[in-house]
Ligand binder design. Structure first.
Ligand code: NAP
Length: 253
């Protein structure tokens, strides 16, 4: 039986954990990255119960200099077929501050963009050599909508979108696919930090099922669930002044 090796960052919670559990089956080896070892082990145990083999990597992604060696080690154990860079840091600017602190901006930019770009670059280079592999980046619809209450989050996801588009152009001819999945609200610890209404919110299990289906059909970019694709398209068509008038009214908590 051929084994498919799937690497998922941010697998200790929310969407990453749901992706791991949805992929878990006897023909799959999972490499699950996270920061909280206890939660990561519990997700790995659920995946093993579903028949897959699973390895865990406890890694704080702000320690960016460890990423290349960790990816190399995972890929040398068993070549990675699908690498999903899902780990992310969200939230809104804390009450009492107008803008984020430098430390918070650093953490969000590092986890959401720098670590994902470093990991995706490292694994892409290895996949290109064997002319086979799929890199998946988890963005956000925030990549297209300025968020005054979360500037670094929106900026990091916009950067990830441009990174995905650029990397895809470079590696596609070498047999490597790049997918960018851009969710709206998913019911996870990240979105629970936001007090405002969360329209069209879906469960992490539903989001994982959509993403896995789109990966299998080799979609390059998509928003989920579908109403967010529509909202994003309509928003991008608006004149600049109207866009500004809308985002300035977005709830700030
Ligand atoms: N939830 C939403 O509404 C929503 C909407 C759009 C996009 N997304 C995107 O979906 C992805 C998954 O988010 P989620 O909603 O599942 O959030 P979540 O439940 O908070 O999970 C975030 C994951 O990222 C990991 N992570 C955070 N900081 C890390 C660090 N410094 N080092 C290593 N790992 C770190 C967490 O690890 P530990 O828990 O072990 O610290 C956790 O596994 C993110 O990229 C997010 O931006 C989410």
């Amino acid at each position: 039986m051929n084994t498919t090796h799937i690497l998922i960052t941010g697998a200790s919670s929310g969407l990453g954990a749901a992706l791991a559990c949805a992929y878990a089956s006897p023909s799959v080896h999972l490499t699950l990255w996270g920061r909280n070892g206890e939660r990561l082990n519990s997700v790995a145990a659920q995946c093993r119960a579903a028949g897959s083999t699973a390895e865990t990597v406890v890694q704080d992604l702000r320690d960016v200099h460890a990423i290349e060696a960790q990816i190399d080690r995972c890929d040398e154990n068993l070549p990675v077929d699908i690498a999903i860079f899902n780990a992310g840091l969200g939230g809104v600017t804390p009450q009492g501050r107008l803008v984020e602190s430098a430390q918070r901006a650093f953490d969000i930019a590092t986890v959401n963009f720098t670590a994902a770009a470093m990991g995706a670059s490292t694994i892409s280079e290895r996949m290109v050599k064997r002319k086979k592999g799929h890199v998946v980046l988890i963005g956000s619809v925030a990549e297209s909508i300025p968020l005054p209450m979360s500037p670094t989050y929106a900026g990091s996801k916009a950067g990830l979108k441009m990174f995905a588009e650029s990397l895809r152009l470079r590696v596609k001819a070498h047999g490597v696919f790049v997918t960018l999945a851009s969710p709206g609200f998913i019911d996870t610890p990240m979105s629970r930090q936001i007090a405002a209404d969360k329209p069209f919110m879906i469960t992490p299990e539903k989001a994982a099922a959509i993403i896995i289906r789109k990966i299998a059909s080799r979609r390059t970019e998509f928003a989920l669930p579908w109403p967010y694709a529509l909202i994003r398209m309509l928003f991008l068509m608006l004149p600049r002044g109207l866009k500004r008038a809308i985002v300035i009214r977005l709830p700030s908590e």
